[in-house]
Design a protein around this ligand. Structure first.
Ligand SMILES: N[C@@H](CCC(=O)N[C@@H](CS)C(=O)NCC(=O)O)C(=O)O
Length: 207
């Protein structure tokens, strides 16, 4: 088996700790029981080597032997290809999982991240609020009816959707009890707690 390595920043300021996206990859490896290493890349000085792996100069990226993959979503799908725990092999369940994985990125995070940026930059009238509200309300409607997004069990789609929704400001936005209990339930998983604690320790070691 080739070696999985998650490339994370060596250090980040306090604010993003616990939310930097290498956590998604750590969490997936923990869920799937896939052995992995974590390597650091400088946060302050993004080298040419960094850009070779992540053309936007961001983190994380994943290497699997000679293979190098950027975008946390692509990394998650790569890991899901190695483990049925993350991605069911039944074609219908696989399609359900895939569509909700992309929905987390392209229907929810696509709105929640720009909305969050406007919020934290102190914009008076956040023009994205209505858009985010409608996306969150639709997710709430779905989560009222089911425990998991796909395949009637935990999959990589839940990992990603919960990771997108667990951002404090997004959670504080309106009253959505099904979403709240979904995020609480999913982030209560051993694998999430381990990945979160490991990321916090990784950055704390660099202080
Ligand atoms: N779409 C990318 C986003 C990556 C991303 O936003 N990375 C953040 C950390 S979570 C980052 O590198 N921020 C510093 C920067 O953009 O310079 C992914 O999902 O991998």
């Amino acid at each position: 088996m080739s070696e999985l390595t998650i490339w994370a920043y060596d250090w980040v300021p306090d604010g993003p700790r616990g939310f930097v996206r290498d956590l998604r990859l750590r969490w997936a490896c923990e869920e799937a029981g896939l052995p992995y290493r974590v390597e650091s890349t400088p946060f302050k000085d993004r080298s040419e080597e960094h850009f070779k792996h992540q053309p936007f100069g961001q983190a994380p990226w994943l290497t699997d032997g000679d293979l190098s993959i950027f975008e946390s979503g692509a990394g998650l799908l790569h890991l899901a290809g190695k483990s049925e725990k993350l991605m069911p092999r039944d074609p219908v369940e696989e399609a359900e999982t895939l569509q909700w994985t992309i929905a987390a990125l392209n229907s929810v995070e696509m709105v929640s991240v720009p909305w969050w940026f406007l919020e934290v930059s102190g914009t008076k009238d956040n023009g994205l609020t209505g858009w985010l509200e409608s996306r969150l309300d639709h997710v709430e409607r779905v989560l009222k009816e089911r425990e998991w997004l796909a395949a009637s069990r935990f999959t990589v789609a839940d990992l990603l959707m919960a990771d997108v929704l667990r951002v404090e400001k997004v959670r504080a936005f309106g009253d959505r009890p099904a979403t709240e209990s979904y995020v609480t339930r999913i982030t209560d998983r051993r694998a999430f707690k381990k990945a979160h604690a490991d990321q916090m320790a990784h950055f704390a070691n660099a202080d």
